[in-house]
Design a protein around this ligand. Structure first.
Ligand code: DQA
Length: 142
């Protein structure tokens, strides 16, 4: 089982950006936590973060050719704007779980829209970085 852990803009700034909303854990620590979980649960993972929409589209397409079995995806602000990311997920048909660290449903109105949601089998919202592990569980237990 090979998973892609995909993060969009500003998620590389975890631990620095708005810690009252996103917590104090850094991106590097999050990745280490997922690596530990990979050892524990016996899956292979690839990690990619980009601040650029096209780079995220490219990485989703590459996942198809690499035989990736599932995608854990926090698209950051592109969640609320990107039809291109939705189309990429629809094109590759790789099972995807959407993750948001914060509870986007209780924040600004514009954060309640998710374009990618219709191409995702589940959404984990507002569970902090633990949400990534929950998303992995959903993909592993399919
Ligand atoms: C986020 C929520 C988005 O609205 C925001 O733009 C982010 C992070 C989250 O993980 O809570 O960058 O996806």
């Amino acid at each position: 089982m090979k998973l892609l852990i995909l993060n969009g803009p500003n998620l590389n700034m975890l631990g620095i950006r708005e810690p009252d909303i996103y917590g104090s854990e850094t991106y590097a620590t999050l990745i280490l936590k997922i690596k530990d979980y990979a050892l524990e649960r016996g899956f292979e993972a690839e990690y990619f973060q980009s601040n650029h929409e096209g780079a995220l589209v490219d990485r989703i397409q590459q996942a198809f050719f690499d035989g990736v079995d599932g995608i854990v995806f926090n698209p950051g602000a592109y969640t609320h704007t990107s039809i291109a990311l939705l189309d990429a997920l629809k094109a590759v048909k790789i099972p995807c779980v959407e993750v948001h660290i914060s509870d986007v449903a209780t924040r600004e109105e514009f954060r309640s829209v998710s374009y990618i949601r219709q191409a995702c089998k589940a959404s984990i919202i507002g569970h902090g970085t633990h949400g990534y592990l929950e998303a992995i569980d959903i993909l592993l237990d399919k």
